[in-house]
Each structure stands twice: as structure tokens, then as C-alpha cells.
Design a protein around this ligand. Structure first.
Ligand code: NAD
Length: 439
């Protein structure tokens, strides 16, 4: 069957017509998978253009988090197996050591106005007019000011290569991601900036870098709590230290290897990409569950990772022989209002699960989640690899694809994992045996 053929004005058709047109083409029996009922479909239609349905991404809860003394289960929307289990595992371990402590700067973002054809020295006429520009923005952003946000400064520069003049407007966007707030501010001041500089505006838009809007999380884990499964750490084969017995050799060795792995991610860019992808497994899943702008959040994180000219790992680990300390710092433009956040019922549900944090609170949880995810990945990697856990879930998927349902899925997955047989044929054979024995 060929690809779907759409009329030129597909996007202008009504929702029902669009859906009917697709249904008529009978592209697949899976059509029902994006049909989440009339209410959500109608919502999709007012959120994006040419909507035909909603994607039912799996949503799970990573339980066991203790963040700044608060117990939390963190909603995560993600299609990848093992991510939620890994976050929970790390969270439970870290909780026993006192949990995460987090911090957030004020949610200041930049709106940027770029001007061309500015005569020499024209850029110098902007800074002295800061008070006037502030007044103009204060009128525009009265409600944001009432919430404690609004304009908080400007920076002007002439760019050396293009010769463009850049005017950065620093604005505290409070609990919003801020894109529209910032873009509106840039547009609002553009005519006045043209007058002041004598130039012509090329564009006015926010910067997603969010360098001023930083968030951090850290934890300290006494080594006796660092249980090491398997025998990978140091090749000791001892299986790890139990809580309360003091730090065993395997725990000390695992901590040393985690610290080395974090140094490796700072040194080697190729490794850093995978290291940071793991961090974003957590952060992006929470961003998606709350319907934050995942692209903006990821772009900012990766730009921050490359801030000194080399792409580096975002987290850091140290160990003094008694305690393993992990920390993570990055820009995070998480919102609890604006766009789809707090508007779509799925976003509202995720925020309710977290006890309705404010924007900075949500970002702090995201930082803790990213660090938990990173710690789980490093622990698995340096003590025996991540594949063991991944393959168990892969086996469950194979069992499902072979026709297993309910309790059968787990039974077959366990048999496949025990024999390291990860093929659909093997899953079908084990299913037939299981059902044959039952018959
Ligand atoms: P928004 O346009 O919905 O504005 C937020 C609104 O919430 C404002 O009107 C504000 O007054 C109000 N508000 C209520 N309570 C608030 C509080 N406590 N703190 C702050 N504001 C409060 O949302 P936005 O955050 O300006 O823009 C986000 C949307 O813009 C997202 O959907 C994003 O994907 C999209 N967008 C992104 C880009 C980009 O990242 N480059 C560009 C354009 C649009």
C-alpha cells in the first residue's frame, strides 16, 4: 500500500473531514491508536494545525524520590524501556542517603533584537535609554510585573562577523516558559530600537539558551548504601556491600569507576553525548508528561554542555572514600503555565501528581530526575553494563509480539532472558510450549 495521499487544502478541512479522509484510505488497522476520544481530539485540533488525533505515549511514574525533603512520584512520558525503572532504582538508593537537594536561579530569559545597518556608534545610544525601555515594557507586562517578573536589564553588543547589533532584553518570566512573552517584548520594542540605533530590525525572538535560568541538583550517598549488583566492579566478583556493613570493596570500586566515568564524559565528546542523552531521558520524559517544550529544553541543555567550546558531560561525581557525591547543573526553562502546560488535562494531571509545583519547583524536580537517571546509567555501566535490564524488557516485547498476553508475557520473558534467546521465533516456541503444557 502506498503512502497517504492528501488534498492540497488538508489543513483547512474540518477535523472530522480530515479524519474521515484518512479512515477512507484504510492505511492501517492501527488508526484507533491515535483516536483518544472526541474531547482530546477536539483539544488536539485547537493546539496544532492539521490535527488528526493524539499520540498515546506511555506514561509511568518513577517512585521513591525525596527532593528537598518532599516525597515524590515523578510522571514520565517515554517510549523507551528501562528508563522509568532506572530512575526509580536510583531515587530509592539516593533517598536512603538523604535524597536530593536542589536549587534554581530566578527564571530570567533573553529576548533578542538583531539590527542591521546600524551606523557606527548607533548601538551606544541604547543603554542610556534603559529606563525608558523598561517603562515601555512595564506597561506591556503589567500582569507579569504583578507576579514579581518582568524586565530586569539589557545588554547591547555589535557582533564581529556580521556587524549586526544585538540587543538582549532580560526578562523574568516567572512560571511560564516565556517564548511568547519574550517574542512579544522583542516586537514591542523593535520600532523604538530602530529609532535609537538608526538601524533596521532583522529579527526579534527569544533565545532558547536560557543561560540565566539555571537549576541544579545534588546528592551525597554514603558508600555503605551503594549496593553493587553483579560482579563487574573491579572484577571482584563479590556481589557488593550490604547496607549497614560499612563500605565493601565492591562499593568503593564502583564509586571510583563512577567518578572516572563522569571525568570521561567531560573529556570525550562522543561519550558525553550518550552521557547527556541519559540525563535527558529523565528530563525530557518529565517535560513531555507535563507538556513542556521538549525541544527548547533539550537545545538549552546541549548548548550549555558545549559552553566552553567542547561538548561535555553535564553531571559531576566526586568521592572522598566514604561518600559518593553527584551533582548536575544546567539551564531548564520548565513552565507550569502557558502553552499546553496546565491547559491540557494530561499536563494538569502530571502537575497534580507532583503537588502543583511552581515553575522553579518543577525545574528542580527535573534536575533531580536527570541526575537520578544519570546515576542509574553510570552505576549499571561501570558494574556490568546496561544490557541486562534492557534485554528483559526487550524479551517482554518479543513475548507480546508472539501473542502472549497477561501473565504469559512475564513468564515467557523470564524464560527467554534465562536462555539469552532474544528472537521472536524463540518467543513463539516458548509460548507454544507453555500453552501446550496448560492444555
Ligand atoms: P503563553 O504565551 O501562554 O504566555 C504565558 C501567559 O501566562 C502570559 O499571558 C502570562 O501573563 C500568563 N501567566 C499566568 N500566570 C503566570 C505566572 N505565574 N507566571 C508567568 N506567566 C503567567 O506562554 P509562553 O510561556 O510565553 O510561551 C510558551 C509557548 O510558546 C510554548 O508553547 C512554546 O512551545 C511556544 N513557542 C516557543 C518558541 C521557542 O522556543 N523558540 C517560539 C515560539 C513559541
Amino acid at each position: 500500500m502506498g503512502a497517504v495521499q492528501l488534498p492540497e487544502r488538508f489543513g483547512r478541512l474540518g477535523l472530522e473531514e480530515r479524519r474521515r479522509l484518512l479512515e477512507e484510505q484504510a492505511i492501517a488497522e492501527d488508526w484507533a491508536a491515535v483516536s483518544c476520544g472526541p474531547e482530546l481530539t477536539a483539544l488536539a485540533d485547537i493546539m496544532v494545525e492539521a490535527a488528526v488525533g493524539s499520540l498515546p505515549m506511555p506514561l509511568g511514574l518513577a517512585a521513591g524520590f525525596l527532593v528537598d525533603g518532599r516525597e515524590l512520584a515523578v510522571p514520565m512520558a517515554v517510549e523507551e524501556p528501562s528508563v522509568i525503572a532506572a530512575a526509580s532504582l536510583a531515587a530509592r538508593l539516593i533517598r536512603r542517603g538523604g535524597g536530593f537537594t536542589t536549587w534554581a536561579s530566578e527564571p530570567v530569559m533573553r529576548a533578542q533584537v538583531f539590527l542591521e545597518k546600524v551606523p557606527p556608534g548607533g548601538e551606544l545610544r541604547v543603554a542610556p535609554r534603559e529606563a525608558e525601555l523598561r517603562e515601555r515594557l512595564d506597561v506591556l507586562q503589567a500582569s507579569l510585573r504583578a507576579r514579581g517578573g518582568g524586565f530586569c536589564g539589557l545588554e547591547v553588543a555589535r557582533l564581529p562577523e556580521t556587524g549586526l547589533v544585538r540587543v538582549d532584553l532580560l526578562i523574568d518570566v516567572r512560571d511560564a516558559m516565556g517564548a511568547n512573552i519574550l517574542n512579544t517584548a522583542a516586537e514591542h520594542l523593535s520600532p523604538r530600537l530602530e529609532e535609537l540605533t538608526g538601524g533596521k530590525v532583522l529579527m526579534g525572538i527569544l533565545s532558547n539558551a536560557a543561560r540565566e535560568r539555571r537549576v541544579g541538583a545534588r546528592f551525597a550517598l554514603p558508600l555503605e548504601l551503594l549496593r553493587v549488583a553483579g560482579s563487574g566492579a573491579g572484577g571482584s566478583g563479590t556481589g557488593g556491600a550490604a547496607a549497614g556493613q560499612g563500605a565493601g570493596e565492591a562499593s568503593i570500586e564502583a564509586a571510583r569507576r563512577i567518578v572516572l566515568a563522569s571525568e570521561l564524559a567531560r573529556e570525550d565528546s562522543s561519550r558525553a553525548v550518550t552521557h547527556n542523552k541519559g540525563i535527558m531521558n529523565g528530563i525530557s520524559s518529565l517535560a513531555l508528561a507535563t507538556m513542556n517544550d521538549t525541544r527548547a529544553i533539550e537545545a538549552a541543555a546541549h548548548a550549555w554542555a558545549a559552553r566552553d567550546g567542547q561538548y561535555r558531560g553535564l553531571s559531576k561525581y566526586t568521592c572522598d572514600g566514604q561518600t559518593l557525591e553527584g551533582s548536575l547543573e544546567l539551564p531548564l526553562a520548565f513552565a507550569v503555565v502557558g502553552g499546553a502546560v496546565g491547559f491540557h488535562p494530561a499536563s494538569r494531571l502530571a502537575l497534580a501528581i507532583l503537588g502543583h509545583p511552581d515553575g522553579q519547583g518543577l525545574a528542580r524536580i527535573a534536575a533531580a530526575l536527570g541526575l537520578a537517571q544519570n546515576f542509574a546509567a553510570l552505576l549499571a555501566l561501570v558494574t556490568g553494563g546496561v544490557q541486562r535490564g534492557h534485554m528483559k524488557l526487550h524479551a517482554a516485547r518479543l513475548a507480546y509480539q508472539a501473542g502472549a498476553r497477561g501473565a504469559e508475557v512475564r513468564q515467557i520473558a523470564e524464560r527467554l532472558a534465562a536462555g539469552a534467546q532474544y528472537t521472536r521465533d524463540a518467543a513463539a516456541r516458548v509460548l507454544a510450549e507453555l500453552r501446550g503444557r496448560r492444555a
